[in-house]
Write a protein that binds this ligand. Structure first.
Ligand SMILES: Nc1ncnc2c1ncn2[C@@H]1O[C@H](COP(=O)(O)OP(=O)(O)O)[C@@H](O)[C@H]1O
Ligand SMILES: [Mg+2]
Length: 318
């Protein structure tokens, strides 16, 4: 039967990883993968509900949302089940079979799930993690989840989902930056992610136009950071390229704190490096289409902290 491929990449060993939609007729496979993954974890009390999964319970769960299946050279390797209710979603049964672990398959599945939820207009996603497995909790925290509440050893973790905007051309991406600038004020931090050539600098050019700052916004690859002063009222734009920076310590050496309060600070390649500059931030991730002929970009805007969650509806209207 025809499958919908949501993402495709190569693993370190050259095998092909595909993330596809999980269908009800996969139920046998899905429950087998879930039992294999959870059955190999250390025993905890009470046992995780995943250990009671059957094809029937999987079909029932899929009807509450959707699922994704990871295939490695067509062999089932991982599963995630997602429940959706209005603008909130839950992630369940994140499973990678033991023989396929430590190759980034869970991260790849979760990335696809978060994107799919954002495209559906879901705002917030949560999950239950068990305190008995600190590395698992830390893994979710690295994926942007924070602890909401704790019930015994069950931790409720959640995160905000990005707002997704499509830009068909470089001009549309610049235009989005120009409109986004209308929401920006001094002290704001933006962290921009996406592969080389995704359009981070192109978007920043639009922000520079919208903020009406001096100097052309260009790739600051050789100069690590560049300050664009305001031509009229409004904040300066500090444009940083963290591509060559290995650690937050090197970023601090740039002395960005000195200007942060009066400027909008935008850090390209800042993921994992620049988060410490401000608790509240707008994270931007730019994705290209899977089709190399297609120049469309999907621009994901994730509001982090009160400053940005408060203006989520304005981001959605951009
Ligand atoms: N829809 C689009 N959005 C952004 N850039 C696009 C788009 N289509 C084509 N491009 C081109 O892709 C390149 C993006 O480069 P750049 O903004 O420097 O990326 P990055 O800073 O992410 O490495 C530019 O040459 C731009 O003209
Ligand atoms: Mg760039």
């Amino acid at each position: 039967m025809q499958r919908t491929v949501l993402a495709e990449s190569l693993l370190g060993d050259g095998r092909t990883l595909q993330i596809v939609t999980a269908e009800p007729w996969d139920a046998q496979t899905l429950s087998a993968v879930i039992l294999d993954a959870f059955g190999h974890r250390p025993v905890i009390d009470p046992p995780p509900p995943a250990l009671a999964e059957t094809p029937d319970t999987v079909i029932a769960a899929l009807a509450q949302g959707f699922g994704v299946l990871a295939l490695v050279d067509n062999e089932p390797a991982g599963v995630v089940i997602v429940s959706v209710e209005g603008d909130a979603a839950g992630i369940h049964r994140v499973s990678v079979r033991p023989s396929f672990q430590r190759q980034g398959i869970a991260s790849a599945m979760v990335a696809v799930v978060l994107e799919s939820l954002a495209l559906r207009g879901v705002h917030r996603v949560g999950l239950i993690a068990r305190a008995e497995f600190p590395p698992v909790v830390a893994w979710w925290q690295r994926h942007g989840f924070v602890e909401i509440e704790r019930n015994g050893t069950s931790l409720h973790l959640a995160r905000e989902l990005p707002v997704c905007v499509m830009a068909r051309t470089a001009e549309e991406t610049q235009d989005l930056g120009r409109r986004l600038a209308g929401l920006l004020r001094a002290g704001d931090l933006i962290i921009a992610a996406g592969d080389l050539g995704a359009g981070k600098t192109t978007l920043t050019q639009g922000i520079g136009v919208g903020l009406n700052v001096s100097g052309a916004v260009i790739s600051p690859t050789f100069v690590l950071s560049r300050v664009h002063r305001p031509l009229a009222d409004g904040p300066a734009l500090v444009h940083v390229d963290a591509y060559r920076l290995g650690s937050p310590a090197e970023l601090y050496d740039l002395d960005l704190d000195a200007s942060a309060a009066e400027a909008v600070t935008l850090v390209e390649w800042g993921t994992g490096i620049a988060e410490g500059l401000a608790d509240d931030r707008l994270e931007i991730d730019i994705r290209r289409s899977l089709d190399p002929e297609d120049e469309t970009r999907w621009i994901f805007l994730t509001p982090i902290g009160e400053r940005w969650t408060a203006v989520r509806s304005l981001l959605e209207a951009l």
